[in-house]
Design a protein around this ligand. Structure first.
Ligand code: HEC
Ligand code: HEC
Ligand code: HEC
Ligand code: HEC
Ligand code: HEC
Ligand code: HEC
Ligand code: HEC
Length: 332
């Protein structure tokens, strides 16, 4: 259920080997004299054309995904393309002086700003994140089995041992380095429920790498309930309070391991509670949704049902008990 069967890889591998073998058998530069026609052996059957791998489904999936959508707001310039379109990256590109340090167009601006140091990349030139960023592509243009990262500077492939290592070539945080190349995109997998969780009960190990949940081509993730179907109909989940809370909270509002704040979705009128963060800027505090990828099993009820909670939820202890009233209140 977690992984697609690997036989398709094997089939593709076999086909590629066949294709290579066919290539190796192609006429050499100095042709040998033709062998005398065999007399007693029946002629071999005419060679059947090696079927080429059909990658149209992958091409379709990748074509419309977030990795391949050109947008003038997302920095189509030779600096930002390092991750947004690695084959358009110019390692010599640099951040220009303010106020137009990067070539881009903000929604509030009428015209494109073109910055010194990182020229504009037009939609025609822009490559996006193509197959060869993540797979070795052979001389016939076919993706070979397995994953690898194409270093856009040396144009050499770098081995990666799993999908997380591949995704993290771009989904990284680079703030605080000496070059001022500040982006903050690291997705931290954590929490004991999935990662490094050895004691799973079923036959399928929990997802541990990016591509265990995200289709690496469409990029869409599997939702929690796709794998945990039973939870929605369980009468024991949430200590028996599924009926009261299931529709009112996202799974991560309770199972987040990273200690984020939780509450109604900021900026929206209702909807299930989400993980979020409040930061104080010059214009006052702003609360934003923050995605958590860190999952734990234990859930403390008093994360929300704490004393004097602003949501007017009934007060409960971490274990979901009604707290003992404080001594002074009972004695009056
Ligand atoms: C180190 C790789 C890297 C570089 C360099 C980079 N980006 Fe990104 N960018 C990403 C990734 C990865 C995402 C997706 C983040 C996510 O959704 O978590 C992203 C998302 C974005 C988004 C979508 C909104 C958001 O924040 O999620 C915008 C806009 C954007 N980048 C603009 C830029 C601009 C402008 C530059 C150049 C100043 C730039 N990026 C340089 C990797 C990079
Ligand atoms: C962002 C990286 C990325 C890009 C771009 C990408 N792939 Fe993949 N691809 C992966 C990963 C990761 C896997 C392994 C998935 C897994 O672990 O099940 C994979 C698996 C595959 C497989 C094996 C499928 C299977 O069922 O085992 C094929 C074939 C493939 N990709 C073809 C393509 C083609 C063709 C393109 C371009 C149109 C492409 N990929 C673009 C990351 C990528
Ligand atoms: C070559 C760099 C690169 C690699 C490798 C890469 N990504 Fe991305 N990814 C990006 C950038 C850049 C964006 C933001 C695109 C934008 O918003 O313009 C992004 C966006 C995304 C998004 C956000 C979609 C959305 O709707 O906000 C997901 C999900 C994602 N990537 C998953 C993955 C996964 C999973 C892998 C590994 C299989 C991966 N990426 C590998 C650069 C990369
Ligand atoms: C691709 C399938 C898959 C997805 C998607 C998935 N999980 Fe899991 N999860 C598993 C498996 C498999 C286990 C191990 C279950 C076991 O103990 O056998 C697990 C374990 C857990 C556990 C610990 C259960 C226990 O009995 O110890 C929790 C909690 C959990 N997942 C929550 C989530 C949440 C929340 C999400 C969504 C963000 C999610 N899962 C998404 C497959 C998945
Ligand atoms: C347990 C399953 C799971 C795993 C493993 C996982 N993701 Fe996700 N990811 C999700 C789900 C579910 C969402 C959508 C959350 C939502 O709808 O708000 C998501 C959303 C995202 C987004 C979109 C963020 C946005 O702002 O919309 C990015 C980018 C992303 N994941 C990258 C990654 C990367 C990179 C990895 C590996 C380091 C990874 N994910 C591993 C389940 C997973
Ligand atoms: C109101 C908080 C809350 C929400 C929301 C929540 N859970 Fe749970 N979940 C719990 C509690 C409590 C436990 C039991 C662990 C404990 O006692 O600390 C649990 C246990 C689990 C387990 C272990 C198996 C089991 O049934 O005990 C899985 C898997 C799980 N949750 C998945 C999910 C998924 C998927 C979602 C979203 C549909 C979700 N949870 C939403 C509170 C919550
Ligand atoms: C992430 C926040 C959160 C956590 C953690 C949480 N709850 Fe809730 N709880 C809610 C929300 C939101 C409601 C729905 C209030 C409403 O009806 O609008 C609710 C409703 C309830 C109610 C109905 C009474 C009321 O206050 O509205 C009970 C009982 C309850 N929760 C018990 C629990 C128990 C037991 C746990 C621990 C297993 C728990 N909750 C954990 C957010 C949470």
């Amino acid at each position: 259920m977690l992984k697609k069967p690997k036989f398709s890889l094997v089939v593709i591998g076999a086909l590629l080997l066949l294709a290579l073998a066919a290539g190796a058998c192609a006429p050499a530069a100095t042709p040998e004299p033709p062998a005398p026609p065999p007399t007693d052996v029946p002629p071999p059957p005419p060679p059947t054309a090696t079927p080429v791998p059909d990658h149209s489904a992958f091409e379709a999936a990748v074509a419309g995904n977030a990795h391949n959508q050109y947008s003038v707001e997302h920095g189509p310039n030779t600096w930002c393309t390092r991750c947004h379109s690695p084959q358009n990256w110019d390692p010599e590109a640099f951040q220009g002086p303010p106020p137009s340090c990067f070539t881009c167009k903000f929604a509030h601006e009428e015209e494109m700003r073109v910055a010194e140091g990182n020229p504009f990349v037009s939609e025609e030139e822009w490559v996006g994140v193509p197959c060869e960023t993540c797979h070795v592509v052979d001389e016939n243009g076919y993706v070979t089995p397995g994953i690898a990262w194409l270093n856009p500077v040396s144009m050499d492939y770098v081995a990666v041992s799993n999908s997380t290592e591949l995704c993290e070539k771009c989904h990284v945080t680079t703030t605080g380095n000496a070059f001022g190349s500040a982006v903050d995109h690291k997705v931290t997998l954590g929490g004991s429920a999935h990662l490094n969780y050895g004691g799973f009960i079923g036959e399928v190990p929990p997802p541990s790498f990016c591509a265990d949940c995200h289709d690496p081509h469409k990029l869409e993730p599997k939702q929690c309930v796709d794998c945990h179907e039973g939870v929605t109909t369980s009468d024991t989940h949430m200590k028996g309070y599924n009926a009261l809370m299931l529709d009112k909270l996202t799974c991560m509002a309770c199972h987040d391991a990273s200690g984020l704040d939780v509450g109604p979705p900021p900026g929206e009128d209702g909807g299930p509670w989400v993980t979020q963060e409040t930061s104080v800027g010059r214009a006052g505090p702003t609360t934003e949704f923050v995605l958590s990828h860190s999952i734990v099993y234990e859930v403390a009820c008093d994360r929300c049902h704490f004393e004097e909670n602003p949501f007017e939820l009934v007060v409960l202890t971490a274990d979901g008990e009604v707290p003992e009233p404080p001594a002074e209140e009972t004695t009056g």
